[in-house]
Structure formats: structure tokens, C-alpha cells
Write a protein that binds this ligand. Structure first.
Ligand SMILES: [Zn+2]
Length: 65
């Protein structure tokens, strides 16, 4: 069963600080940008589907790369 919001942790690609992002499983949005809560740099997130109903994964990188 899929929850409407999933939370995943990630390391900031700019400063390395651990963060937590929420994934909107209902909208199906696949790519979005959020600012790091520590260094305020823009981080690009992309949802990576595992395809078998397991918890989603995300890829993160620096915006502009
Ligand atoms: Zn950061």
C-alpha cells in the first residue's frame, strides 16, 4: 500500500548536511528543486522508481550541473 507522502533522507550535494525530503506520491511529480535547509543552495531531486512497490528512492545533485 502506498502512502501519499514518503520521506527520504539524503546528503546535501553542496554542504554534505543530512536532510529529509518529502515525496508527493499522489501527484507523481518526478523532479523538483528545494533549497538546502543548512546552506540554502538549490538541490535538484529526482524520484527513482524501484518498480516493485518498495520504498521510493531519490537522486540528488546540484542545480546547474
Ligand atoms: Zn546544504
Amino acid at each position: 500500500m502506498t502512502r501519499p507522502i514518503e520521506f527520504v533522507s539524503y546528503p546535501c550535494p553542496w554542504c554534505g548536511a543530512p536532510g529529509e525530503a518529502s515525496i508527493d506520491m499522489v501527484s507523481g511529480e518526478r523532479e523538483w528543486v528545494e533549497d538546502c535547509g543548512v546552506c540554502c543552495a538549490p538541490i535538484v531531486f529526482r524520484r527513482v522508481d524501484s518498480g516493485d512497490g518498495e520504498e521510493p528512492e531519490i537522486a540528488v545533485w546540484r542545480e546547474g550541473e
